[in-house]
Design a protein around this ligand. Structure first.
Ligand code: NAD
Length: 423
């Protein structure tokens, strides 16, 4: 990878660039633009010193990467995870650019993260870490510049602390600086479940397209956080049997169907979040979950879960990528050869950023919408993007992933060509 500076070079960034290269090749993208779009616009690495509860000071590393802002403010989540690194954040930022463009949102792509295990911190430590991180990335963010949101390991409370830290610095409340925040400070109805609802919307469209009988269909979901748990719940509400769910410790399996509201109730009850303790199904490993016989498999945890090692054993009819980058390049080819219908991440999980956009619009207007309006508008935008991608994929004889990438990249390329190169 001659073009990649070493700091970014890791498997996730290589995956994002390889996908981009394939699409750019297929589109005959202008070589100058190709060089430019491969690399992020701006990357910031910050040190975050935190006073721990025991009185010692510990140093954490944080990142914020803006991949592209040609179409509007950049947008993307903040991840707290021990494996966070610059290359991963840059890859996720690039995917956000294509995702926002594909959905037709007036945003570029960004992502942030802190290398930390959030479950090892007390609430006080987590708050101090978040506030110091927000203060360090303060020059980069703002409602017209770059708007963070939750991702793995962060939630509405973390967004509230970022909103407060930013607002303290400027001297007045700025709800629009983040999305995915609590309703009490300008959050939107439906944001918390939005990514999962979007996954279900596009999966149901895919089932209709493939002629799958909903009554006979089964779903397995890897990851039981924001995306996974809401996907499982809404799938069941839509009448589809959810046979397996998992978190990082392993999964629950019941071929007759799990009772998701009951799983959720028991999962949350002790605050320790252990699926095994719910005792609501047979215990399986995450590897076994990915290899289950099912109609729909939803990876909704971390990236690179389906690789050349297990792709051949994946037995679903539809792969709906709730997570970002769950499938490696080699695995993508194996699944495609097996005839599995893939709803790529930048399409399948775009419900989150679509409703984040609604939240940002509501904050700007100081006028808030009803839950039904949000669900209806989400459905309209995401199913339109699904059908546009499907038509394109059939017309050009490319995979759904290639069609989604080509569509997203083309919109960004058009913006660059219209604006020209500064100076
Ligand atoms: P989360 O932190 O709420 O949940 C993550 C879940 O994954 C947890 O249940 C965790 O136990 C599980 N997990 C972690 N490591 C695992 C492993 N090795 N095997 C199996 N499970 C594992 O995070 P989230 O917000 O639900 O995000 C999940 C994925 O969806 C990420 O790839 C994220 O980038 C993507 N995504 C999230 C949003 C959003 O709105 N939150 C939007 C779009 C995409």
């Amino acid at each position: 990878m001659r073009e990649t500076v070493n700091e970014l070079d890791n498997p996730t960034f290589r995956l994002a660039v390889a996908q981009f290269d394939q699409a750019a090749e297929r589109m005959n993208l202008d070589p100058n633009l190709r060089e430019r779009l491969k690399m992020p616009e701006r990357s910031l690495i910050v040190s975050i010193p935190i006073r721990m509860d025991d009185g010692t000071v510990k140093l954490f590393t944080g990142y914020r990467v803006q991949h592209d802002s040609s179409r509007g403010p950049s947008k993307g989540g903040i991840r707290y995870h021990p494996d966070v690194n610059l290359g991963e954040v840059a890859a996720l930022a690039m995917w956000m650019t294509w995702k926002c463009a594909l959905a037709g949102l007036p945003y570029g792509g960004a992502k942030g993260g802190v290398r930390v295990a959030p479950d090892q911190l007390s609430r006080g430590e987590l708050q101090r870490l978040t506030r110091r991180y927000a203060a360090e990335i303060f020059p980069m963010i703002g409602p017209d510049k770059d708007v963070p949101a939750p991702d793995v390991g962060t939630d509405a409370q973390v967004m509230a602390w970022i909103m407060d830290t930013y607002s303290q610095q400027v001297g007045f409340a700025v709800p629009g600086v983040v999305t995915g925040k609590p309703l009490s400070i300008g959050g939107s109805l439906g944001r918390e479940e939005a990514t999962g609802r979007g996954v279900v919307n596009v999966t149901l469209e895919a089932m209709r397209h493939l002629g799958v009988d909903l009554q006979k269909a089964t779903v397995a979901v890897q990851g039981f956080g924001n995306v996974g748990s809401n996907t499982a719940r809404i799938m069941q509400e839509a009448g589809v049997r959810v046979i397996a769910v998992s978190d990082k410790s392993g999964g629950l399996y019941n071929p007759r169907g799990l009772d998701i509201p009951e799983v959720l109730a028991r999962y949350r009850v002790d605050g320790r979040h252990s699926l095994r303790d719910t005792k609501l199904g047979d215990w399986i490993t995450n590897e076994e979950l990915l290899e289950l016989e099912c109609t729909v498999l939803v990876p909704a945890a971390l990236s690179e879960q389906i690789t050349h090692k297990n792709a051949d054993k994946v037995k679903c009819r539809i792969l709906a990528e709730g997570a970002n980058g769950p499938t490696t390049l080699e695995a993508d080819q194996i699944l495609t050869d097996k005839g599995i219908f893939i709803i790529p991440d930048i399409l399948a999980n775009s419900g989150g950023v679509i409703v984040s956009y609604f939240e940002w619009v509501q904050d700007a207007q100081r006028f808030f919408w009803k839950a039904k309006d949000i669900q209806d508008r989400l459905h309209e935008i995401i199913t339109t993007a699904f059908h546009r991608t499907l038509q394109f994929s059939m017309a050009k004889r490319v995979t759904m992933r290639m069609a989604a990438l080509m569509n997203g990249i083309d919109k960004v390329a058009q913006a660059h060509l219209a604006r020209g190169l500064y100076p």
